[in-house]
Design a protein around this ligand. Sequence first.
Ligand code: SF4
Length: 249
Amino acid sequence: MASRRDFIKISALGLGAATLSGSVAKATTKGVFGTDKLNKLMTTRTATYCEVCFWKCAGWAYTDGAGKIKKIIGNADDPHCNGRFCPRGTGGVGMYNDEDRLKTPLIRVKDENGNQTFREASWDEAFDVIAKGMQKIAKEHGPECMALFSHGSGGKFWGHLLKAYGSKNISAPSYAQCRGPREVAWIGTFGEGLGSPEPTDIRDTKCLVLIGSHLGENMHNGQVQEMSDAIDKGATIITVDPRFFYRCG
Ligand code: SF4
């Protein structure tokens, strides 16, 4: 089981994989990633948040003189991250700068051999295609025949659009798989839902039982930091992991 120190080391490795230049990367973890030092190195910092997962840690994006994002770090005032992104969030800079990142709409077309492919399009053209398609569906089948199955905050915009369009058929895979049953059970048992992220008190627990899920693997930042603190304070961790079950004989 990783101690708090191990977790910090793992996070620091993720930070090291980001785009800091050589001289900076040689300094110690503590010195390198302090906001004071970053403020001196980069020209601009902008408040942001990470959406690599639903934990949505608040952070700071550091930009160089050319306006290029060089680094993202956690915001110390956010209790979801306590100033420290997990390695996935820190890697957000790599996702942002990835040369294969989709930056323009693509419209599906057929090539001369009849194979489906995509061509780049302007936003105006893409919105026209979507609007015409949606109007056709509404006219021929009714707006309720269009449904939304989304995840992440980007889906909210589509949710507003679908309601304005006339369909209430909006769902999310996370609701069916985990949030929904948990929320309904809590409302039935305690009279209110848990919300998300759920307000747990892992740091002060004496015994943490994880069934079919492992906080360390899910890497929900604040929870993992709390779990590491609990381990340092002597908590017992019991994990029931179906992947380790096997039949003998
Ligand atoms: S837990 Fe990690 S991936 Fe999720 S929002 Fe926070 S920094 Fe991003």
